[in-house]
Design a protein. Structure first.
Length: 728
């Protein structure tokens, strides 16, 4: 590792700065030497500031040698020239370059002290009246408060980036907030994890074994479990996890137990017992899952219009295939009939088994009977696909429920139910416990609910295992479609998806079958990159497919064959650097106009959600803004919000749920072994509409196909539906 260089000088010119992220590029004037270009997350600096910087040398391909700062400490300037630049930089509202010159001419090096301690003397300067003095004093004190907060945070080893975010979130209350409860950062500021908050807490003098720290560790442990899809954590496992997280010895297990008791008494957690084990969860998860069960069971007891239809006549109509535009097999007929006979129905099946055909027939019959229905899906892509396949209006679940940016919760709920007789939701395997709870609360008691989905796919990205639990409970009607239709049998994408789902290795196309599935054996992970270059630059044009309609799906984000590395390589191939004004860098990611990006967290203010994909259509460095088009809407992102976006030439298989692409490339290697499982590979293959390429080591693929552990999430929806399981 190269040694660090320390330099002290005056900021001569700020070349670039982000008011939110704290990233800056500036020219540093060093006495007796040439100016040096410095870049890094240095906080909010101004021309004329005296700074000490520490960093390592690097070379920019266009701008040459630069110091990449890891630390930057600012002081107020002491020279006349420095003070004038400092005041003329726009730091103080009411003082521009001309006024700064007049002030320095009047007071010299003492100008800043006079503004701070004797502001009335400013009235002696031409052009300054009482109102201008008041404005200057107010702005001066505001920037002093900002500087005080930033200095406090930086003294606790908080990076300039996080310090800026913290100040933006809490303002002048930041110090008090940190001293009261530094762990609030985890919930309040996107990107701040427990480790960062814990380091701040310890720097503030919190004892390692203090009760606030132990409670924060316990709550974080529960939160980590939900990140993996679990709603509950087994208590003994949680205790050990908390001890490891907090780096305490086993002698402190009693302290963790006490923390659990106090959190329970304060209603911060819920406890329940099942089959001799004790589980813990957060109240919001408990109420959401139990709420689904309670409302669903009650919903089943109310009659509705569908049950009043003549089912015998309907069955005869379904059996009569001659002259019908849509012909159904026996499973599909039972599925349609089930939707009329039951308040809650699930239709599940793999690709090519006729789920869409069933839905089209169901809609035809609902319209025939004058029954009001609405169609929805968890993502915009899935909703669009539903519209294309049925010819009827479809929308996202969030839009259906009436979410409006800036409000709390959904417009439609138990007090303001949806106006409909039947709600049909596609891609229902994606529904997490919170979204399902919101749906069930918004249904009128007389409505029917139809869930369409493939239960063999990966479960929802969010916490819970809703579709699986509903099916396993036995309390709702379930129709499984297993027969592959003849036209679908010609597609090797469909055939191999089902082979994988049954534990068999994919096979090559036979006579009369489409050559739409290709397996490329490759043992060296690094060789994936020349293969991708050849595929994107040569094979895709022959297929007549735009790179916008192709995606690489991989199990994980990190590693040689992870989304991060593949995105960098594909960006270089598909959207290479051309105009620096059309790109910006956030930490290690460079974003360029025309890049495909994906939202990685729900942002209710912008009405964009985890997994939504768009294209960068504009970057404005002056205003620190980036515009992303999500099809029907252009969304503005401040540069400080770029942590919510990632490049999306390659995405994780989990994030691909609900999406369909004309071409899918799936690299699988042994480095992915931790995540390799059957439903992961199955889900990836089923994302391909026209062409699928599986690349990798046969051993890794076989390992994944043979790993059919199934979904192992700690949830209790099934038990809430079938027994009187209640938390303490």
């Amino acid at each position: 590792m190269s040694s660090l260089t320390e330099l002290t000088g005056t900021i001569d010119r700020v070349i670039f700065k982000s008011s939110d992220s704290g990233f800056s590029v500036f020219s540093l004037k060093i006495k007796g030497h040439d100016n040096v270009i410095v870049k890094g997350f240095t906080g909010q600096l101004h021309e004329g500031s005296l700074v000490s910087v520490k960093g390592s040398w690097g070379t920019h391909p266009k701008f040459g040698r630069q110091l990449e700062a890891i630390e930057c400490v600012a002081q107020q300037p002491t020279s006349r020239e420095g003070v004038q630049k400092y005041l003329g930089s726009g730091l103080i509202k009411g003082i521009g370059p001309a006024m700064a010159e007049r002030l320095v001419n009047a007071f010299g090096e003492d100008t800043l002290e006079i503004i701070d301690k004797e502001p009335n003397r400013l009235l002696r300067v031409e052009g300054i009246g009482a109102k201008r003095v008041e404005m200057i004093v107010q702005a001066w004190h505001e920037q002093k408060e900002i500087a005080q907060v930033m200095l406090f945070l930086r003294s606790k080893d908080v990076s300039a980036t996080y310090a800026t975010k913290i100040y933006k979130a809490y303002g002048n209350a930041a110090i008090a907030k940190m001293q009261e409860n530094p762990y609030c950062l985890v919930d309040d500021i996107w990107g701040v994890g427990f480790k960062t908050a814990d380091q701040i807490a310890l720097k503030l003098g919190l004892e390692r074994h203090s009760m606030p720290r132990v409670k924060a560790g316990v709550l974080h442990g529960i939160g980590q479990a939900t990140d993996g899809g679990h709603l509950y954590t087994e208590v003994q496992a949680l205790k050990k996890q908390a001890i490891e997280l907090l780096e305490l010895g086993d002698e402190y297990l009693g302290l963790v137990k006490q923390a659990l008791q106090e959190l329970f008494i304060a209603d911060k957690i819920k406890l329940l017992s099942h089959e001799g084990l004790h589980y813990v969860t957060l109240p919001q998860f408990y109420h959401a899952e139990r709420g689904i069960a309670q409302r669903l069971l009650r919903l089943k007891g109310f009659p509705n219009k569908l049950q009043a239809v003549d089912h015998k006549k309907l069955y005869e109509q379904l059996r009569e295939q001659e002259g019908q535009a849509i012909a159904l097999n026996e499973d599909q007929q039972r599925g349609v009939l089930s939707c009329f006979q039951n308040k809650v129905s699930i239709i599940t099946g793999g690709p090519g088994t006729g789920k869409t055909t069933l839905v089209r027939k169901l809609l035809e019959l609902l319209e025939q009977e004058g029954i009001q229905f609405r169609l929805a899906a968890p993502t915009g892509r899935a909703a669009k696909r539903m519209f294309e396949s049925t010819g009827r209006t479809s929308e996202t679940v969030h839009r259906l429920l009436g979410y409006t940016p800036g409000q709390t919760g959904f417009t439609h709920n138990e007090q303001n139910a949806l106006q409909l007789d039947v709600l049909i939701i596609d891609e229902s395997s994606m529904l997490d416990v919170f979204l399902m709870h919101a749906i069930i609360k918004a249904l009128p008691w007389t409505a029917s609910l139809v869930l369409i989905g493939d239960v063999d796919q990966l479960p929802s990205v969010g916490a819970g295992n809703v579709l699986n639990d509903l099916i396993d409970s036995g309390v709702v009607s379930v129709t499984r479609l297993t027969q592959i239709f003849r036209q679908a049998e010609d597609s090797m994408i469909v055939v191999n998806a089902h082979r994988v789902n049954h534990g068999d290795f994919p096979m090559a196309a036979g006579p009369g079958q489409k050559k739409d599935f290709v397996f490329v054996k490759e043992d060296e992970p690094e060789n994936i990159f020349p293969l991708l270059k050849t595929f994107y630059t040569q094979r895709l044009p022959k297929l007549g497919v735009s790179p916008d309609d192709a995606v690489v799906l991989v199990p994980m984000n990190k590693g040689v064959v992870g989304t991060q590395r593949i995105n960098q390589e594909l960006q270089h191939i598909l959207n290479p650097a051309a105009d620096l004004a059309q790109e910006t860098t956030y930490f290690s990611t460079t974003f360029r106009v025309r890049d495909r990006v994906m939202q990685i967290r729900n942002n209710y203010d912008k009405f964009v959600f985890n997994g939504d994909m768009g294209t960068i259509v504009g970057i404005d460095k002056a205003d620190q803004k980036m515009i992303v088009s999500f099809g029907d809407r252009d969304i503005e992102y401040d540069f400080s919000e770029l942590s919510e976006l990632v490049l999306a030439y390659a995405i994780s298989i989990h994030k691909s749920q609900g999406s369909e692409f004309r071409v899918v490339v799936i690299p699988l290697f042994m480095q992915h072994f931790v995540l390799l499982q059957r439903n992961l590979i199955y889900t990836a293959i089923t994302r391909a509409k026209q062409y699928c390429v599986l690349i990798g080591q046969p051993r890794a693929i076989a390992m994944g196909i043979n790993n059919n552990k199934g979904v192992d999430r700690h949830t209790f929806l099934k038990q809430y539906l079938t027994s009187d399981l209640v938390a303490r």
